[in-house]
Ligand binder design. Structure first.
Ligand SMILES: *Cc1c(COP(=O)(O)O)cnc(C)c1O
Length: 388
C-alpha cells in the first residue's frame, strides 16, 4: 500500500496542491513568526486575540492543578466532573438555551451529532446549504435518511425542496450562521419562518459567529430567538474567537438527553480535559463584555472591504471579520499569497477543490488586535501586486 500512498502524493504534486505542516509561532499582538519572519496574522481564527489572554491561560493552569491533566474516562463512565456540568450550564446561559453539551472539537460535534439526530426517525429529510463545512459534510455522509443540498443562501431553492418533501416523516435544516470561506451570513429570520412553515428542526453552526456577532457575542442566533413551538440546535466552537479548544451543542433538554444516550461521538470518547474547561470558563466570563473589541473588528472589516473594492476586487457576500476577495486562477491566488508574505502579511490562498474553479481567492481573517494602520499596510501590499 505504501506505493499507492506515494502515487497519490505524486498526483497531488502534479497539480501543485501538495500541503505540508510548517511550524508557526503565534504572538499575542496579532503577529506570527514563520520561517524566522514576523508577519501580520490575517489567517488565524483567534478573532478576539483571546488565545494568549492571561485570564484564559491562568484559569486553564488553575484547572490543571485542581483537577488534573486528563479526565480519565468517557462522560457516561466517570469522565463527567462538576466543572463539566458547570461549564455546560454556563454555555446554556450564554446561548439562551435550556441545555448544552461540550464536545472535544467542532469537527467531532458535527460529524457525530448530525448522524445521531437523523437516527431518531427513519427517512428523515435533511436539507443543507451547499457551502457547509467539511465536518457537516462528514456528518451528512454518516447519516441515514436523504440529504438535499440547496444552493448557497438560496432560500427559494430551500423552500422548493422543503415543499417537495413535506410528507417526509421528519425534516432537519442545516446551515452555518457565518460561512467560513465567504464570510457572509445566513438569514436566520427567514430560516426561523421556514422551520415553522415546514415543521423542520434547525441546526445552526456558529463556529465563526460565536464571540464575534450577536448580543453579548452570543452568536447570530442570539438575535433571532426561535419562534414558539419550533426547535433549534446551535453548535459552536471554543477554538476560534473564544481562544481555546473544544465545542458545544446548545439545545432543548430533550435533545441533550437524546444525545447523551445516542451520540457515539460523545459516548465513546474521553471527556474533555480540565485545561480545556478552564479556558472555556474564562472566555465565557470575558466575551459578553467585549463589545468594544467587536465594534473595532467590524470597523476593520468595513475598512478592508472598502479598500479592496477601490482596487477593483470582489469581496463576495462578506459582511463579517472574514473577508475573501476573488483573484481568479489558482496560480494567481498562489502568487498573490506569496507576494503578501514577501510584504509581511500572512493570508491564506483558497483554491479548488475548496472553491469553484476560476474563483480562487485570498481569504483574510481579521482580529480585533489589528489596527487601522495594519489594514492600510495590507491594502498597500495588495495594491502593489501586479497580476501575472
Ligand atoms: C472550524 C469549524 C468547525 C470545526 O471546529 P474545530 O473546533 O476547529 O474542530 C466546524 N464548523 C465550522 C463552520 C468551522 O469553521
Amino acid at each position: 500500500m505504501l506505493d499507492h500512498f506515494r502515487r497519490s502524493l505524486d498526483t497531488i504534486a502534479a497539480k501543485h496542491r501538495t500541503r505540508a505542516l510548517r511550524a508557526v509561532e503565534m504572538r499575542g499582538d496579532g503577529r506570527l513568526v514563520r520561517d524566522g519572519r514576523e508577519l501580520l496574522d490575517l489567517s488565524s481564527n483567534d478573532y478576539l486575540g483571546l488565545a494568549r489572554h492571561p485570564l484564559l491561560m491562568k484559569r486553564s493552569a488553575d484547572y490543571v492543578h485542581q483537577y488534573g491533566a486528563g479526565s480519565g474516562a468517557s462522560r457516561l463512565i466517570t469522565g463527567t466532573s462538576a466543572p463539566h456540568l458547570a461549564i455546560e450550564q454556563k454555555i446554556a446561559g450564554f446561548k439562551g438555551t435550556a441545555a448544552a453539551l461540550v464536545f472535544a472539537t467542532g469537527w467531532q460535534a458535527n460529524a457525530a451529532a448530525i448522524p445521531a439526530l437523523a437516527k431518531a426517525v427513519q427517512g428523515t429529510a435533511i436539507f443543507a446549504d451547499r457551502l457547509v463545512h467539511n465536518s457537516i459534510h462528514t456528518g451528512l455522509r454518516a447519516a441515514s435518511g436523504q440529504v438535499h443540498f440547496y444552493d448557497h443562501n438560496d432560500y427559494d431553492h430551500l423552500t422548493r425542496l422543503l415543499a417537495d418533501h413535506d410528507n417526509a416523516p421528519a425534516r432537519l435544516i442545516i446551515t452555518e450562521s457565518v460561512f467560513s470561506m465567504d464570510g457572509d451570513r445566513a438569514d436566520l429570520a427567514r430560516l426561523n419562518q421556514l422551520s415553522v412553515d415546514h415543521d423542520a428542526l434547525l441546526y445552526i453552526d456558529e463556529a465563526h459567529a460565536t464571540g464575534v456577532l450577536g448580543a453579548r457575542g452570543a452568536g447570530l442566533t442570539a438575535d433571532h430567538p426561535v419562534p414558539e413551538g419550533s426547535g433549534r440546535i446551535v453548535m459552536g466552537t471554543f477554538s476560534k474567537a473564544l481562544g481555546g479548544f473544544g465545542a458545544y451543542v446548545a439545545c432543548p433538554d430533550v435533545v441533550y438527553d437524546y444525545l447523551v444516550n445516542m451520540c457515539a461521538g460523545l459516548i465513546f470518547t474521553t471527556a474533555p480535559p480540565p485545561a480545556m474547561l478552564g479556558a472555556m470558563d474564562a472566555a465565557l466570563e470575558l466575551v459578553p463584555d467585549m463589545n468594544a473589541e467587536r465594534a473595532h473588528l467590524a470597523a476593520l472589516g468595513e475598512q478592508l472591504r472598502a479598500g479592496l473594492h477601490r482596487l477593483g476586487y470582489d469581496t463576495l457576500g462578506s459582511t463579517t471579520q472574514i473577508v475573501p476577495f476573488v483573484v481568479g486562477t489558482e496560480a494567481a491566488a498562489l502568487a498573490l499569497g506569496n507576494h503578501l508574505m514577501d510584504n509581511g502579511v500572512a493570508a491564506l490562498p483558497i483554491r479548488p477543490p475548496t472553491v469553484p474553479k476560476g474563483t480562487s481567492r485570498i481569504r483574510f481573517a481579521l482580529r480585533s488586535t489589528l489596527t487601522e494602520q495594519d489594514i492600510e499596510t495590507v491594502l498597500s501590499a495588495v495594491a502593489a501586486w501586479e497580476k501575472p
